[in-house]
Ligand binder design. Sequence first.
Ligand code: COA
Length: 257
Amino acid sequence: MNTLKTERIDDIMVVKFNRPQALNAMNAEMTGEIVELFDELAKDDSVRGIIVTGEGRAFMAGADITEMAAWDAEGGREFARFSNYALSKIADISKPVIYAVNGYALGGGLELSLCGDWRIAADNAIFASPEVSLGIIPSGGGTQRLARLIGSGRAKELIFTARKITAEEAEKIGLVNKVVPADKLMDEAIASMKMALSNSSTAIRLAKEVIDSGLDMDLNNGIKAEINAVGMAFANEEKTEGVSAFLEKRKPNFNNR
Ligand code: COA
């Protein structure tokens, strides 16, 4: 792959955006490679968790603006369709995805980070949705996912003003879970992922599916979806192991594959 780098740490795959010369701006090649890589990761049962970060001094400075100049209305729609298709490959993956946000996370970089399960930011991270300053609007689900995560008032203020916010402010408004010194970012993301992966992968998958699908449902249907998922969890051998381990006063040994 030309625009993405991967590094395996036990059962975790670290994925790095790798166009540091353009602050990891997402061009068509990178969009295609995200589709290809996340299709592979979805099928690879030996990978139980994914951490996404950026190579160099930025996480991602948005979509590649140099590609935009020639696009008309249909070009813009096609770009948004392809971007959303690629981002859905990350959002829909049934294993935990943590974003370790280093430096700039602007436009598409911010939108990408919204497709993960949670975000940890380096203290030098800067977030913004600068699209309206270019005369366009967020095109990777940003108008939808940002409003769902931080509320429509805060999302509108960030999108309409295009202002940059620090990691500290991002934590205050619930955009990131935690801020850590830049040199501790990967250690913190790995520790957070390992803590999740010490639990049952099947239970995490079911919880993730029901939380994500529930966000598009009313409470009643969300609870029904949860009850159904509880049935699936109870039918799984990892439940037998987890409950037996508690009763036998030992640590569970989840098969986790
Ligand atoms: N698309 C294409 N290239 C980009 C880019 C983007 N979104 N963001 C940065 N780059 C390129 C720059 O053009 C520059 O390339 P060059 O060295 O060939 O001139 C290189 O990355 C470094 O960026 P530079 O602007 O010199 O760094 P900086 O530290 O002065 O500023 C930013 C950093 C992120 C504030 C600035 O690059 C920026 O505003 N980028 C655009 C952000 C944006 O609007 N994103 C939303 C797109 S929808």
